[in-house]
Design a protein around this ligand. Sequence first.
Ligand SMILES: [Cu+2]
Length: 448
Amino acid sequence: MMLAAIAMSTVVLGVVAIVAMTKSDSTTSSSTELPTTISVDLTEFKINMSASAVKPGDITFQVKNSGNVAHNFAIPLLKFKTEMLNPGQSVTLVASDVAAGTYEIRCEVSGHLEAGMKASLTVSPDAPSTNSSMTADLSGSTAAAMSWQEMDKKMEEVALKFPAKTEGSGNSELAPIMSDDGYKVFNITASVIKWEVEPGKFVEGWAYNGQIPGPILRANVGDKVRIVLKNELPESTSLHLHGVRVPNAMDGVDPYTQKPIAPGETFTYEFTALEPAVGMYHSHHNAQVQVPNGLAGALLIGDWKDLAMKTAGSRLTDKDGKVDQEVVMVLNDSGTIGLSLNGKSFPATAPYTMNVGETMLVHYYNEGSMTHPMHLHQPSGLVVAHDGAPLEYPFWADTLNVAPGERWTVAYTAKDAGVWAWHCHILTHAETPTGMRYMVTAVIVADK
Ligand SMILES: [Cu+2]
């Protein structure tokens, strides 16, 4: 993996984005400069910046709206601006190759400039070193304060912590209770919990049965399934069975197919599993908040170990023609959980173990808001199903784009022993100047 030059904080609620900006015409490019980061706080009616003078080059603006109404952050001379940010929302933007000069900054909401939301940024080779503009709270953005030796040391420290122990883990299999009327019953409670995303970093997670992702539910084709959802959240919710064939009344789309499940209430979803599925269950109410905050899990219908091998035919070099383990990997990038694999950020992600000749079946689930090209370094992957439909023509991929809402099922057969990195290949989702972070884990292959 390469070093990512720009790191971003994902602790914040709301959207996190990185947008490359257009450059100004001037020539004072400074590719050798270390990255400059300026924290910007928007309130009524002020723009506070952690630095007002910086050296020319790329400038990362970490903009937060701490006010009570919508604001944006604009540098008209550079044709540079953020989207409108709602209260509490943050965004990270990069202005590339900013030349020396004085730049006026403003909020573009009508009347806000006049009310005081303006500032000035001086870009000059004589500006103090970028160190002074660094802020302490931003994960991994302290590069400019470090020598390369310190950087190497920090990277090693993080790497050696893997796999770091944290409280809580998601994806445990929930055994159903058989009802008298022949249903497999899954009892699920949605509530807000403290969730340790990475060592020592606790966030407000929204969880099914205290887990992020929620417990894995399994059924066979032909089973009658009942999911009883109790809402202990501070707001209403509903549950959508994404990629699962259900009657319309069980689709979980309030207010159309049901009323919202109010706090304290319980709703029962019932259906017969008619077809194999690599399904998701997730909130469909205020979902842009509830899902990335953690309200999502896997619902697997059918024997996917068998289906995958039948689909693969003779393409895999597996030693006995059987899948040895089946795992679910839920990708996320926003909400309180942020960039993560199965609710955890490196080094708290769980590693996987295999022996040479064994096959691991992975169901990638994207419950986030961005596409993630997932890349496994060594074992070769045969993509066998998309969104729960076995492929007519399985194909090989070592890097696979998983878009929001998609599920891809990949069979990996281990060929060579070693510790093989497994990560999202948008490198700001995997690395920071202080080491690997976020969407990174490893497959440990033993030569047996
Ligand atoms: Cu990614």
